[in-house]
Design a protein around this ligand. Structure first.
Ligand code: GLY
Ligand code: MN
Ligand code: MN
Length: 473
């Protein structure tokens, strides 16, 4: 794929956003993320800001996109009444051999318009001096505050300067708008390009979860499975994990944001894995829970089947016209029926729903939007009501049950069991498509996937053996 093909989808995103900006008479200033130190002088690996990536497909640090819908009065715009010409202006690091030797090749200013399709490009060093002129004539400016204090201060200083010039300026930049209502509503509805990337991310994640099911055996450590997941993500071309892998054996699964991944995998216990690859900065987000020795025990299976029923019923709610919250409400209702049926909580399902007793074992929500960010942008409530689902949205469905190891309100045999099953689901015209459908989910599918011999010829050598034998390139 040549660079112009690669960047066409981002140019389309820009054009759609520019059209929205034009409706509001607003310019937009969209900086990428800021490099962050991990400790002393060691930086985290850079990851661009999601809004910035969506509009540019450009992954270098120290860059800002300015979008000008060509409102009348803006420099370069024709006189009022003429067709306004939208402009995209990118500020980026220029090429500098002595710095590229340390941190890698840069696209550079000269190549940026041809490669990214932006109208103009300037060195980042000129950003603050050029910004006032670019923003002159706009009454509203889309800019997200609160991410970088120093930048916010400079931005407000630019606005103050423009306001001081109000007599000679065509318009006063009076309003700073958050990107959420304009840009994040666009990002909520995935384009065909985005969906193709997300499907590839999911395929990589599927391979990783299958490899983990095939590899996990009593005596191993959570760390080995953590490594196998990351190995599979990277080997298949993902940039890594979309969020910290959760590899939680036994009662560790009851810690919702378990990150240590350093416990043992014990015979007779379950392993909960919440892990998804990130590809071209798009997230996948998948949880599977399976028996470490390949066979569910009675209590584990009973609880697993309750969670599975909740997942299936909740997924059936994902269709255009239903509300976002109906997915959660359905999951909770089925979980309550299961908890009442197993006698884990006293009372009928209706009572458990009403008195919210289920929260003892199910304390999180069932869904969130998914996209460039794992907890993606887009409003959940519109006009005070839960949002209506519509084609192009992607959300997770992730019910679970977590019985704390020290919960003496239940018989000992239930304690320390934590289960979550999480799928990524696309809302379609007809209903929905479970993007993660190929990852084992039913008891039978999961138990089959846990037997390495049954995995198939492609994985004849077990996943761990493949990992050990892989050439180190
Ligand atoms: N892995 C984060 C989540 O499931 O929301
Ligand atoms: Mn999730
Ligand atoms: Mn998850």
């Amino acid at each position: 794929m040549d660079a112009s093909t690669f960047h066409a989808p981002y140019a389309e995103n820009r054009a759609r956003f520019l059209a929205r900006l034009a409706e509001r008479g607003a310019a937009a200033v969209i900086p990428t993320a800021t490099l962050k130190y991990r400790n002393h002088d060691t930086e985290y690996r850079f990851r661009p800001d999601s809004d910035f990536w969506y509009l540019t497909g450009f992954g270098e640090p120290e860059s800002v996109l300015v979008l000008l819908p060509g409102a009348p009065g803006a420099p370069g715009a024709p006189a009022a009444g003429g067709a306004a010409r939208p402009r995209s202006v990118l500020f980026l690091r220029d090429k500098k051999r002595e710095e590229e030797v340390w941190s890698g090749l840069r696209l550079g200013v000269a190549a940026a318009p041809g490669t990214l399709g932006v109208d103009e490009a300037f060195p980042m060093a000129e950003f603050w001096t050029r910004l006032p002129e670019l923003l002159t004539g706009f009454e509203r400016i889309v800019y997200r505050t609160g991410h970088d204090e120093a930048r916010d201060r400079q931005f407000h200083a630019v606005l103050a300067r423009l306001r001081a010039l109000v007599r000679s300026s065509a318009a006063l930049p009076g309003e700073v708008l958050d990107p959420a209502p304009l840009l994040h509503e666009l990002r909520l509805f995935k384009t065909p390009h985005e969906l193709s990337v997300m499907r590839r991310a999911v395929a990589i994640t599927a391979e990783a979860h299958r490899a983990a099911m095939a590899a996990a055996t009593p005596g191993m450590g959570e760390n080995e499975i953590d490594a196998l997941l990351t190995y599979t993500f990277l080997r298949r071309g993902a940039s890594g994990a979309a969020y910290g892998n959760i590899v939680a054996g036994g009662a560790n699964a009851c810690i919702l944001h378990y990150v240590n991944n350093d416990g043992p995998l014990r015979d007779g216990e379950l392993l909960l894995i919440d892990a998804g690859s990130e590809l071209e900065h798009y997230a996948s987000d998948v949880t599977r829970t399976f028996p470490i020795n390949g066979r569910f025990q009675a209590e584990q299976r009973a609880l697993y089947e309750v969670v599975l029923r909740a997942l299936q019923a909740a997924t059936l709610q994902v269709r255009p016209g239903n509300t976002f919250v109906s997915v959660h409400d359905t999951a909770v209702r089925v979980l309550c029926e299961g908890l009442a049926g197993l006698g884990l909580l006293p009372g009928t399902a209706e009572e458990l729903l009403k008195n919210e007793a289920y929260k003892r074992f199910y304390m999180h929500r069932t869904s969130h939007w998914l996209g460039l960010d794992v907890h993606d942008c887009g409003a959940y409530v519109v006009g005070g009501q839960s949002r209506t689902l519509a084609p192009g949205q992607v959300l997770t469905v992730e019910p679970g049950l977590y019985i704390a190891p020290d919960d003496t309100s239940v018989e000992a045999r239930w304690r320390g069991i934590g289960i979550r099953i999480e799928d990524d689901v696309l809302v379609t015209e007809q209903g929905c498509e479970v993007l993660t459908a190929a990852i084992p989910r039913t008891v039978e599918e999961v138990e089959r996937a846990c037997r390495p011999a049954a995995v198939g010829p492609a994985a004849a050598a077990s996943a761990m053996a493949a990992m050990a034998a892989a050439p180190r390139t």
